[in-house]
Design a protein around this ligand. Sequence first.
Ligand SMILES: [Zn+2]
Length: 282
Amino acid sequence: MNQTSYIGRFAPSPSGPLHMGSLVTALGSFLQAKVNNGKWLLRIDDIDPPRIMAGAIESIQVTLKAHGLIWDDDVILQSQNSQYYEHILSQLSRQNLLYPCECTRAQIKAIGEFYSGTCRDKKQIQAPYSLRIKNQFNISQINDVRLGQLEVNSNATQEDFIVRRKDGLYAYHLASVADDINLGVTEIVRGEDLITATACQWALFKTLGKALPQCLHLPLVRSADGRKFSKQNHAPALNLNKTEENLIVALDHLNLPVPKHIPQQTQAILDWAIQAWADSTP
Ligand SMILES: [Zn+2]
């Protein structure tokens, strides 16, 4: 096995400062890359300008560095990659796998929970439209490095999902898969809330004739009332004066309780964590 071939990434969206949930994902993907002697890339998913919070791109980098999570190579900004997304879209278009869809969210909801392909055979499109992919794959299982074989809701994953939005912005699945291909990412480490997204993205990898990366889904950090810790739920930003404590809490979420004798210092904690992660993964 070529030990340097592993490429992982952490891909936050700059819609706010990093919180404990994002630290767990960052740390999990960092540890996987280190244990596999691989590269750990930082990709900022800034394809949705209205959702970008001023200063967040810088604050993400400052926060990661403060926690000793130093990425390899230059930071990648998705906003710089439109050319490659267009290239992927034109490949799909040449394969006759895209079609315009003018349905509104309300119209889709009125028919059912998932998009049923209403516009696939429409001859004329009048309203503003998004582009959907003719999804030829029905991904009902994915193989997770940590969780093993996972069943996914195939109603959600066989849907003709959007690759370019009505407002002209590139959709998350398209940009994410395009960049994972372009960067040669070999393993995607992300939160368990994205298992369905992974399955949709697997369909896109397959459509494009690309090998599937490996995937590892990390446990979600939940608030006291059981909701996912997220920017939408106003999860507090990480306190940069408490980086050691933050790492210890994040490692707890990853099932790696830091022993008392480990010095309360970021590098010492990370060094211990890399070893402990290596020992705990199959
Ligand atoms: Zn439609």
